[in-house]
Design a protein around this ligand. Structure first.
Ligand code: AMP
Ligand code: MG
Length: 362
């Protein structure tokens, strides 16, 4: 259930522009009035970023979008575990260096790993960025199944159990004063896919706010973050949670009102492979070492994009009952589950954020 920005009373048509910025003036008007602008780009984190903003000058919006793009691209390179970039020590460099002592890294890597440790503790290990060795076995099977469905297979159980012995996040040592990180276990591999986008959004949105941004809505691969609201009165942005069953029709399960708030969604319907009629998605329960199957999707609503991203992945690995208990223990955090049969669950304060509920459903 990917969240998409929706226009009041209508939809923003998704448009993709490969590796370039695109800007559209969605409403006309004279120079003195605030206007609505929209931009999309593809690149950072290998996904589409959509930005909606209200400003008096188009140039101001363009500057904000350019800044967002350039910053996200830097975070993407730092957190990439698959590619090397000239002159950049990134997470691939760290993984390749596992067991070989500390490496000097960018402060944005230290910040992310500190946040990852907090999130691991908060979720009792359900979201664990040290799970890379296990995740790569599933990643390999998914790639193989997608390129040649007849050769689809599951990871070997012994290999999974072996990899699970190298997922101890406490073996990732951060020396903040020295600006270094050391992976003590040579078999440990970092994979920050569960939290990287949310963490990067948190950092870049804070910078945008410092620069005066106060009416921006940013959607980055399942994470939608509102800086301020749609107008000076801080009217919430409308954000639809997509119904994964609706296919190309793109119906919404419900519409949320977001103002200085983020919603992050984790689901089983975008990255998965199928074998013998069973869907194997990309979110792995660290205890079973198998894809979690408690729900179709779960969305988390809170002020902090990093927390939302981490919690949505963690809740996907918990039963709705366990997840609900966790969410209810956290002030200012709400969640919504779409269960396997289409049933729904939500936390006690979630409905306060719903602008249009059941009436939007077909
Ligand atoms: P998200 O879409 O935010 O739920 O993140 C999913 C991504 O996080 C996957 O593609 C993996 O890279 C990674 N991942 C999957 N399961 C876990 C887990 N239990 N803990 C940490 N990362 C995970
Ligand atoms: Mg996540």
């Amino acid at each position: 259930m990917e969240a998409r920005a929706v226009k009041q009373g209508g939809r923003l048509a998704p448009r993709l522009f490969s590796c370039c910025l695109a800007l559209s003036l969605a409403l006309g008007g004279c120079g003195a009035r605030e206007q609505r602008f929209q931009a999309q780009f593809l690149g950072p984190f290998d996904t589409v970023t959509t930005v909606v903003g209200y400003t008096k000058q188009k140039e101001r919006f363009q500057e904000q979008v350019q800044f967002l793009h350039d910053e996200l691209e830097q975070y993407h390179r730092l957190y990439d575990i698959y590619h090397d970039y000239e002159g950049v020590v990134n997470l691939k460099t760290l993984n390749d260096h596992a067991g070989q002592g500390p490496l000097s890294v960018d402060r944005r890597i230290i910040g992310l790993l500190r946040c990852a440790k907090e999130m691991e503790a908060l979720t009792s290990g359900k979201v664990n960025v040290a799970l890379g060795s296990v995740l790569s076995l599933w990643h390999g099977c998914r790639e193989q199944a997608l390129s040649d469905p007849l050769s689809a297979r599951l990871p070997d159980d012994r290999a999974l159990r072996g990899a699970a012995g190298h997922c101890d996040l406490s073996k990732v040592m951060i020396d903040e004063a020295a600006g270094t990180v050391a992976i003590l276990d040579p078999g440990l591999r970092l994979d920050v896919g569960a939290i990287a986008k949310g963490y990067a959004l948190r950092e870049v949105c804070a910078q945008l706010e410092e620069q005066g941004a106060d009416q921006l809505l940013i959607s980055l691969g399942g994470n939608v973050c509102a800086i301020g609201g749609m107008d000076r009165a801080r009217t919430p942005f409308s954000v639809g949670l997509l119904d994964p069953q609706s296919g190309d029709e793109q119906r919404y399960l419900l519409t949320l009102g977001l103002q200085d708030c983020t919603v992050a969604t984790s689901g089983d319907y975008q990255r998965y492979f199928t074998l013998d009629g069973v869907r194997y998605c990309h979110i792995i329960d660290p205890q079973t070492l198998y894809p979690a199957r408690h729900c179709q999707s779960v969305s988390v609503l809170a002020r902090d994009p990093a927390l939302c991203d981490a919690l949505s992945t963690a809740l996907f690995c918990l039963s709705p009952e366990e997840g609900l208990a966790l969410i209810e223990s956290l002030p200012g955090v709400e969640a919504f589950w779409l269960l396997p049969g289409g049933g729904r669950r939500q936390s006690s304060g979630f409905s306060a954020a719903v602008l249009e509920g059941e009436s939007l459903l077909p």
